[in-house]
Design a protein. Structure first.
Length: 113
């Protein structure tokens, strides 16, 4: 992974970290659509509904009319599941960067959809 992120990619990492911090859950995520709009979300764990932060961020983008993604970011204590990367690919296509950072926001790796 690059030593420094593009400012727009750093922004979605900050949004993901903020979403996680606001809710106190294991993961926060954010995505940027092809129009430059951003969507942030946190894990949802209800008795009848479980969505990862990244799944919810992508769903928010779709429900707002996004037709593609440029990048995604996840701040987590764990590792995003394969389904999360697939969800990014469903909207963004192959090759979309999915930045993964630890709870302090330090980028650890970049996956590709």
């Amino acid at each position: 992974m690059r030593d420094t992120l593009d400012p727009e990619d750093a922004k979605i990492l900050t949004l993901a970290r903020s979403a996680r911090a606001r809710t106190g859950v294991a993961a926060g995520a954010a995505v940027r659509d092809t129009d430059g709009r951003t969507y942030a979300a946190a894990d949802v764990a209800l008795p009848s509904l479980r969505l990862s932060a990244l799944q919810l961020a992508v769903a928010s983008a779709v429900s707002s009319g996004a037709t593609g993604l440029e990048a995604a970011a996840v701040v987590t204590t764990g590792v995003p599941g394969q389904v999360d990367v697939v969800v990014v690919s469903d909207l963004g296509g192959p090759g979309i960067p999915v930045y993964v950072a630890g709870p302090d926001g330090t980028p650890l790796t970049a996956l590709r959809s």
